[in-house]
Design a protein around this ligand. Structure first.
Ligand SMILES: [Zn+2]
Length: 407
């Protein structure tokens, strides 16, 4: 996967859902409940269970009940409507399925198969998802829904299943605490920033995750903004940082070549480590150094922008990339996509980040959009004075103090 493809900075049109509204207006979902109806349903069903003495402890479940009771996911149904083109049966309500997957994550279940079993066993989980306890969706319905979320059709899934790549070992070189692997190509941030500035008026491209991003912005960010939880939208202070997310898939992959499994070396039978390409169940996962945990992680890099002027540090945008991507590479892309996705209602005026972000290209980008950087100087970098940086923290203690007061 190329960087441009992965990080979506080029100018392909966003994947607009293809069907017209007349085609989709007739879809009748099973369990369809607008949010107020869902709230009534939860109240009625839980009271029924309580008096039938079927709930042992409602207190234990209270955090999940509160979160799902308040979370209005109705816009997601509208976003997903175009993916239900001429269904030949009554599809399960996508909102209930999404809510169920959220609950699954909250109770730390990772297997959909096991989750379907748990829904059958625990009526509260079924009710909180928005399902009648006796009428639950099967495993296939959940997988079908996940495909809809990322526009995956059967052909694409087949192609993905057949992809192969070379096996890579966990790197042997260890780094120190808080030390990050530098970007492979030193000039990459500069190139990315140039491209962002060139395409500044073009629509953002978020690829197959477009629906998820739209959902995140409409249902989560805008709602937080309306409740006043993000601070002043025209003077938005954001903080950017990256982390690593481990995948559940194996880093070894599966051999699919015809080479013998074992060979004789020095008179001993040993595993044949041939260099042929293998199949991987999580194809894009890779090794990346996690400077916080001081270990290599097989999975992904995850970059998040949060609203730093609110007491809750709520997320505003996130980006998933290959594990070896450096924070400084992801920051300009996240900044650009956030700016474009959120629109003119939001003005990012201050950007807080750690010293991994200390580079001239990032300062240029932020300056271009009237956003003030608060980034400590990286002592390993050279030319702090000669390059005429714009406003790193060290040079601007007054601004930092003002910002601290703001926080
Ligand atoms: Zn082989």
């Amino acid at each position: 996967m190329s960087l441009a493809h992965e990080l979506t900075i080029d100018n392909r049109a966003a994947l607009a859902p293809p069907a017209s509204s007349s085609q989709v207006a007739t879809v009748q979902f099973k369990n369809h409940m607008p949010h107020d109806q869902f709230q009534e349903f939860v109240k009625k069903q839980l009271i029924k269970l309580f008096f039938a003495k079927e709930i042992i402890s409602i207190v234990r479940l209270a955090p999940f009940i509160a979160r799902l009771f308040l979370l209005n996911l109705d816009p997601l149904r509208e976003l997903l409507l175009p993916t239900y083109r001429q269904p030949n049966h009554q599809p399960t309500d996508p909102v209930a399925l999404f809510r169920s997957l959220l609950l699954m994550t909250m109770v730390k279940e990772t297997s959909i198969t096991k989750w379907v079993e748990r829904l059958k066993d625990n009526k509260v989980y079924a009710i909180l998802s928005g399902f009648e306890p006796g009428d639950l969706p099967g495993v296939g319905t959940f997988y079908d829904f996940l495909d809809r979320l990322v526009f995956a059709d059967r052909e694409e899934k087949r192609r993905q299943r057949n992809r192969r790549k070379k096996f890579r070992r966990k790197p042997a070189k260890r780094l120190k605490k808080n030390e990050k692997l530098p970007p492979k190509h030193p000039d990459i941030v500069n190139k990315i920033v140039k491209r962002i500035l060139k395409n500044r008026h073009q629509a953002p491209y978020l690829g197959k995750y477009d629906i998820l991003y739209q959902f995140f912005i409409y249902c989560i960010v805008q709602h937080s903004a309306q409740l006043g939880l993000l601070g002043d939208l025209q003077d938005l202070i954001v903080s950017g940082d990256g982390t690593h997310v481990r995948t559940g898939a194996s880093s070894y992959g599966r051999k699919v070549c015809a080479c013998p499994k074992f060979i004789i070396r020095d008179g001993k039978k040993v595993f044949n480590q041939c260099g042929c390409a293998r199949k991987f169940s999580d194809f894009h996962a890779a090794w990346g150094w996690d400077s916080y945990r001081e270990q290599y992680i097989f999975g992904y890099a995850f970059y998040e922008l949060t609203a730093a002027a609110s007491p809750f540090d709520l997320p505003i945008f996130f980006l998933q990339a290959q594990a070896q991507r450096h924070d400084s590479v992801l920051a300009p892309i996240a900044f650009d996509l956030t700016r474009k996705r959120l629109g003119e209602q939001y003005h990012l005026t201050k950007f807080l980040a750690d010293s991994a972000h200390d580079n001239l290209a990032t300062y240029k980008l932020l300056h271009e959009f009237s956003c003030e950087p608060f980034i400590p100087l990286n002592e390993k970098n050279k030319g702090h004075l000669s390059e005429g940086k714009l406003a790193p923290v060290h040079k601007n203690p007054t601004r930092l103090a003002a910002l601290a007061r703001h926080l």
